[in-house]
Write a protein that binds this ligand. Structure first.
Ligand code: NAD
Length: 341
């Protein structure tokens, strides 16, 4: 299965199939972490033929998605005398993908890179669309670039070793895409009509359609933030410790749905259907908001809140998104109070 990405400067394929033989007659660096490498590096290197191959291993974890890791990668590339003609391969989840893409975009002003995502979230979300980046003390993903890979290889073989919680976090992003854009897709997930590959393919297709229209998030790409506006506040209030990102997004979707209901769009039945599906994939759907005013104030810390206006992405119906701004504070507080016990 193949999905094409067509941005103004680059067209490439996302392949969803068993990893093929990859032959690259150049110097190649695989960037990975000890966990992924320990589980899967042989599977990759058995398929990979390069003129010269080095493996760069970064420590595992979001806390290492920083400048220090990028410098480490760049140093290893210089040590191994990599040149403009060399290729980087991101082999891991979203953390490795974002860092490898960023390193590729700045090493000698840009070298080619390939994404081989190994988490469900990376397969359906972070490896698609060319956003790269790292975190710093001012926040998450504040430094980075839009930089598209040469290709993305999605092989579900890797998911056999993924922890259940990480799998569910990826499912949250798949369900998000269905609710925003495709009612039939939502119904098919709900009725267990799709294989995992088919779900991944449809989610990737939908994200590709968005990226092809708006690579640099000037417009429609922001629709992908359904669940994220609320989710970011939850992550913030819990110091990024309690929930995986996808889990916070799942709760955020439930909150956005309540807002949609309050504004007269989504029906109670649809909101329940979405909640049930999230629950079926073991995603959290509830969060106790101790202080709605404080929660509200946190919306303004989000880098995506511009001109002091909160932009909410909500479903108008299942399969159809709506962007709403200028919602009176009282209405939002009323929704937040529904989550206060
Ligand atoms: P992650 O990369 O931290 O991976 C989660 C955990 O799973 C890690 O411990 C990792 O080592 C492990 N792992 C990876 N593959 C495995 C496998 N096959 N078997 C067993 N364990 C495996 O997290 P993630 O959820 O993949 O990605 C989150 C990151 O993605 C965040 O930094 C986020 O900012 C970023 N992101 C980027 C975009 C984008 O558009 N660029 C979109 C969404 C998220």
């Amino acid at each position: 299965m193949k999905v094409a990405i067509k941005t103004p400067n680059k067209t490439y394929d996302i392949l969803i199939e068993k990893l093929p033989e990859i032959e690259i007659n150049k110097k190649v660096a695989v960037i990975t972490n000890p966990k992924v490498s320990g589980l899967h590096i042989n599977y990759l290197t058995n398929k990979l033929k390069a003129k010269e191959l080095i493996i760069i291993t970064l420590p595992d974890g979001e806390e290492y998605k920083n400048w220090q890791s990028i410098e480490y990668v760049l140093d290893r590339l210089f040590d191994a005398k990599f040149d403009r003609n060399s290729v980087l391969i991101a082999f891991g989840g979203g953390v490795i993908g974002d860092m490898t893409g960023f390193a590729a975009s700045i090493f000698l002003r840009g070298v080619e890179f390939i994404q081989i995502p190994t988490t469900l979230l990376a397969m359906v979300d972070s490896s698609v669309g060319g956003k790269t980046g790292i975190n710093n003390k001012y926040g998450k993903n504040l430094i980075g670039s839009f930089y598209q890979p040469e290709a993305v290889y999605i092989d579900t073989h890797f998911l056999s070793t993924l922890e259940k919680r990480e799998f569910s976090a990826g499912m949250a992003e798949i369900i998000k895409m269905a609710v925003m854009f495709d009612k039939e897709f939502f119904e098919n997930i709900k009725n267990d009509k799709l294989t995992l590959e088919e779900m991944i393919k449809r989610a990737v297709e939908l994200k590709a359609e968005v990226v092809n229209q708006d690579e640099k998030e000037k417009g429609i790409r922001s629709v992908l933030n359904y669940g994220h506006t609320f989710g970011h506040v939850i992550e913030n209030l819990t110091n990024y410790k309690t929930y995986l990102h996808g889990e916070a997004v799942a709760i955020g979707m439930v909150m956005a749905n309540e807002l949609s209901k309050e504004l007269g769009f989504l029906s109670e039945k649809e909101a329940q259907d979405i909640k049930k599906l999230l629950k079926r994939y073991n995603l959290p759907t509830d969060f106790n908001i101790n202080n709605p005013e404080e929660f509200y104030a946190h919306f303004f810390l989000d880098k995506k809140t511009t001109d002091n206006k909160i932009k909410f992405i909500i479903p108008q119906n299942i399969g159809q998104y709506k962007i709403v701004k200028d919602i009176p504070k009282e209405k939002v507080i009323k929704v937040l109070k529904k989550f206060s016990q």
